[in-house]
Design a binder for this molecule. Structure first.
Ligand code: ZN
Length: 119
């Protein structure tokens, strides 16, 4: 078998997609996630409520108080009472200083329904 004429291993294929999203997920992003994030960010001049030592003052994104991994997926984590607008710096600070954030209520480690059961 000759297969010298086809070179396909050297160059990456023309694709710049990240993880493919399922239809359900892209619908969720388009119809639920993005509008809410936009609403929370607002005009870009809402005050970041976290005010960590690195705070840049204005809300730039959305932080999940109960991380999606804990909540059982992004859709479950996407509850208004679980989302808080923060600046990027605080968002990073929260994940780097988990105990600080937990103490102040910016981070939770338990499931909403977990009170009775713990596995
Ligand atoms: Zn901040």
């Amino acid at each position: 078998m000759k297969r010298s004429s086809i070179q396909r291993s050297n160059k990456p294929m023309k694709r710049s997609r990240l993880k493919p999203r399922s239809k359900k997920m892209s619908k969720f992003y388009k119809e639920v996630r993005i509008p809410v994030v936009k609403e929370i960010i607002g005009d870009g001049f809402s005050r970041c409520p976290v005010q960590s030592p690195v705070c840049t003052k204005y809300i730039e994104g959305v932080h999940e108080i109960l991380p999606r991994g804990r909540a059982g997926g992004i859709i479950k984590a996407h509850r208004k009472d679980n989302l808080v607008g923060t600046c990027h710096a605080c968002n990073g600070y929260i994940s780097e200083h988990a105990s600080w954030a937990t103490e102040l209520g910016w981070l939770k480690h338990y499931d909403y329904n977990e009170q009775t059961q713990s596995t």
